[in-house]
Write a protein that binds this ligand. Structure first.
Ligand SMILES: [Zn+2]
Length: 263
């Protein structure tokens, strides 16, 4: 997957003199591959150097990477990305639900505690369930066959358990069909969006500890401290948590794939 960056200097020059043959237009867009660090360093064709922080939460970027794989016929890779996007979303959720407590407890304490659970996704899911129960005062929705039944998603396997399905694909080399990959991605998509809706309702309530904005900006803050950045950027993704209702690309992965197809 590639991300489109712009050179503000060249863009400014182009807007001042919008002639298509102007050399400045060559530097307006720069495509870079998705990377682990949120800090992207690049020079435009006209020699302007930039360090830009990509502010999107990681689950959004990894989910989009899954869509890219799906459209390029890499179904196993798509399912891996969708499953990892869900795991990163649990981490994101923990930060959202803890809200300002993360800052009050101190980044050092947070980092030490997170390190203890960071290598095992099952520990993170356990932490998520308990923090969700404490903050929302209800049991968290669980990503299981009952959830899939509630959204009428069928994976075409016995028991219809999405976790077993994921494990079969990732650990046992099961080769899924296009339909299975789309349906698994749709299940992850709808699960994440169901929770984001709950967080947003909490976010708008007074004295709520839930803050999506704070959780989103954490990635920016951490990286900004380490790098002398020249700017920040937030790209539209399939699972956007910034827009009010639905992501810019629509809310259903099945519909999106039906509309845009494979590449
Ligand atoms: Zn430039």
């Amino acid at each position: 997957m590639k991300i489109k960056f712009r050179c503000p200097t060249c863009l400014g020059a182009f807007l001042d003199n919008p002639v298509p043959t102007n050399n400045a237009i060559l530097g307006v867009e720069i495509m870079l591959p998705l990377q682990n660090s949120a800090v992207y360093e690049y020079s435009c064709p006209n020699g302007h150097f930039m360090k830009v922080v990509l502010q999107n939460p990681k689950h959004e970027l990894i989910f989009d990477s899954g869509i890219s794989s799906l459209r390029k016929w890499y179904y196993r890779e798509a399912i891996t990305s969708f499953a990892v996007a869900l795991e990163r979303f649990y981490e994101y959720s923990i930060r959202v639900l803890l809200g300002s407590s993360v800052y009050e407890l101190g980044e050092e304490n947070w980092a030490k505690t997170w390190k203890a659970i960071s290598k095992q996704s099952e520990r993170q899911i356990g932490a998520f369930y308990l923090i969700y129960l404490t903050v929302v005062k209800q049991s968290a929705p669980i990503f299981d066959s009952s959830f899939l039944k509630s959204i009428s998603i069928k994976l075409g396997i016995e028991g219809n358990d999405p976790v077993n399905f994921r494990n079969n694909v990732i650990h046992q080399g099961y080769i899924p069909t296009f339909e299975q990959a789309v349906n698994f991605g749709e299940a992850v998509n709808l699960y994440i969006k169901r929770l984001l809706k709950i967080y947003k309702n909490f976010d708008s309530a007074q004295d709520s500890p839930v803050s999506i904005i704070e959780a989103s900006s954490t990635r920016l803050t951490n990286n900004s401290v380490k790098a002398d950045v020249t700017g920040g950027m937030h790209i539209p993704t399939f699972i956007s948590d910034i827009t009010e209702d639905e992501s810019p690309k629509g809310s259903s992965l099945v519909e999106y794939i039906q509309k845009h197809g494979t590449l």
